[in-house]
Design a protein around this ligand. Sequence first.
Ligand code: ARG
Ligand code: ZN
Length: 876
Amino acid sequence: MSDPRAIYLKDYQVPTYQIEQTELRFDLSSEATRVRARLCVQRDDTTSVSEPLVLDGEALTLISVAIDGRPLDAAEYDADEHSLTLHAVPDRFWLETEVEIAPASNTALEGLYQSNGMFCTQCEPEGFRRITFYPDRPDVMSRFTTTVIGDRTTLPVLLSNGNPIDQCVIDDARHYVTWEDPHPKPAYLFALVAGNLEKREDHFTTASGRDVLLQLWVETQNLNKTEFAMNALKRSMRWDEERFGREYDLDRFMIVAVDDFNMGAMENKGLNIFNSSAVLANPETTVDMMFQRIEGIVAHEYFHNWSGNRVTCRDWFQLALKEGFTVFRDQLFSSDVNSAPVKRIEDVALLRTAQFAEDSGPTAHPVRPDHFIEITNFYTLTVYEKGAEVVRMLRNLLGWEQFRQGSDLYFDRFDGQAVRVEDFIDCMAEVSGQDLTRFMLWYAQAGTPEVTATSAYDADARCLTLSLSQRTPPTPGQTEKEPLQIPVAMGLVGADGKDLPLIMNGESLGTSTVLVMTDAEHRFVFENLDAAPVPSLLRGFSAPVKLHHALSDEQLAFLMRHDSDGFNRWDAGQQLALSELERLMAAWHADEPLVVGDRLIDTMRALITEPADDKAVLAEMLRLPSEAFIAEQQAEVHIDAIHHARRAATRALGEALYDEFAALYDRERSDAPYSPHFEQIAQRSLKNVALGYLCATGRPDALALAQAQFDDNANMTDVRAALTQLAHADDTALGEPAVRAFGERWAHDPLVMDQWFATQVSRPQPDALERVRFLMGHEAFSIKNPNRVRALIGTFVNQNLVNFHREDGQGYRLLADVVIELNRLNPDIAARMVLPLTRFRRLDPVRRAAMRGELERIRGESLSRSVFEVVEKALA
Ligand code: ARG
Ligand code: ZN
């Protein structure tokens, strides 16, 4: 492909034609599906009569074009690779086109494609243009009526958005169903599903008393995995009414599970389509973490019905308008129905490893990018997760009451419209009276701001001066940065471990407050303090920044025990562990023995033996910082040092606290029937953390415990935790047979086989890479299925850092081989998979050169726009 051109936000122009009505007719067939579109086209008032009508279209075979029933001959239109152009059209007319497409050979999984024989669609962001010629942009909204014609035996179920209004048998072979969606929508929310599916059905009564039919459609063998998602859906519907005052607006809501899917799920109006891994669950096949992820995704897609569908985006630069807000909403939901501090800990851990890495690398971009080559590359952690943090900061600045008022105003004022980020922020400014001009910079500036805090206590004046400064490092294309508006939630912890009253300028602020930074530097003076307190800053991680607050190990240990903020208690523990790990890394570099200090061991012992109020938090506190998090803290990254330091620490803790961990393991065992309730999840999590430390010692009695847990076969969470310990042990005597048994038992279930792949290729021993190559030839693996690719290749490159970054460059080579193949099959997935290869800046020269070399090799290929954009940025 010759240099694809970038598209800029500043070049936005209003649509010249609107589509009042969209009537589609699909005649389904694997190799030659016919799509007829009747569009009621209306020229915009501001458009000149000479303006041509330009429709988007990709990979379509044009059969015919007609205006108001009159067929056009080829001289009357221009059709090229990407568009259909009609000159001199009436003000208002019916345009009819017919095209042919080939769903079975669509491996990109955008537009209409097939998965296990079933037909399904993915249109966001620009897939609809692979279905028919259309103005494929979110600010063109239309009423859709869709007729789906299919084979009666192989495609008994025919679905689209809205309500079924007509259905009939056509002949011996075929039948059809016509669907009508009363809500005008952009084309990216269109969906069609056809297949041999079965359903779980339920009902929901809305707050105003309307009955909604709920259906979850799956392949027959998956019916026993639908109960959890259905209940999660009902919880989400109730929650959105209670928390945000949002009620569902159609008579039915359908979810379909699909095996081949690029992302997690899609919020098509009334017909959500889900990656089967994001919806199917039962205790025998699914681990606790996945139950929670599924609950969050079901909620996320459902919440989009308002934040995304009723109020949508003007253009794709505004993607975070719907995604940031909706992620914030799903986070709030999950924290309301589960352990709130643990939900926060998990979200921040993801942000501080993966999103911070993105923000400091070559593909860094603002929450609202101002240009792109391929928009599918911008469904990123920055848009989603940092976008959610930005919305959370608004909540922190305004408080919940005003935030909710702003949300109500936004939904009320912009219902049925396609709008911009500014429209959302304006509502928040209006209800609160706050000036949010500077706040808008969060959407425009890339990079993670660094906040440095120092404090000085003056015993004579009995006051503490807290100095806060901020700086955002340069990112590609943005060298100068301005100060941002940053809410810093904080408190001061007294010697007795209790929060002290905060008094500033004689005014009492309670025991926890939000300081607001708007300048590069600030000083805050707290009065009436009898002794120097320990400041607890950025409580609940109130802003997505890197905080530099030089606390001693004593102070960290103190906050870890006493901070009233659960998140900060955990974070203090992580900082404390990090400082110990950094000592071990230094020892590794100096070729000295890796000896773990007593402080870490003693704090861990105290955690285990003292009674815990929240077991879920305790389990998190017992985990050492992940390798990816440690790497993110280093100016120069030495993967081997990180890996060996962390392994040594885990083993030393296991040895030193063997009896305590064994007692903890026993204490948290339970015979209660499995439930995905968070209290049970916390218990299993705690038990399996203990098992991990025990097995890290390599002692036979520890591995025997894992073997017994594996054989016990109580639920997948415990089986998988045990299998991981067995398969990751140096001694393969128990691991090999367990891996084999598990693989045979679950050969029929692809979602379990994904876990089987992931467990094997995350093995830290040096044979992991050969294992990946070997498993790529396994019959359960297919490079065409994104879940398989993520489980096998994604797990290896993202979670087995020491083997991916092998000094001989074989890990990089393997990834590049995969990316080159995927580039031809599925550009979206290829462009995601290549990302770890682009993060070479802070590595040593040997690895840097090897990674660049593989990127150059990829660049030598004929690249899709998606992969081109990422590789160009990395090599720039
Ligand atoms: N809007 C969907 C969600 O976040 C994601 C769809 C992304 N699709 C894609 N091809 N990138 O729920
Ligand atoms: Zn979303």
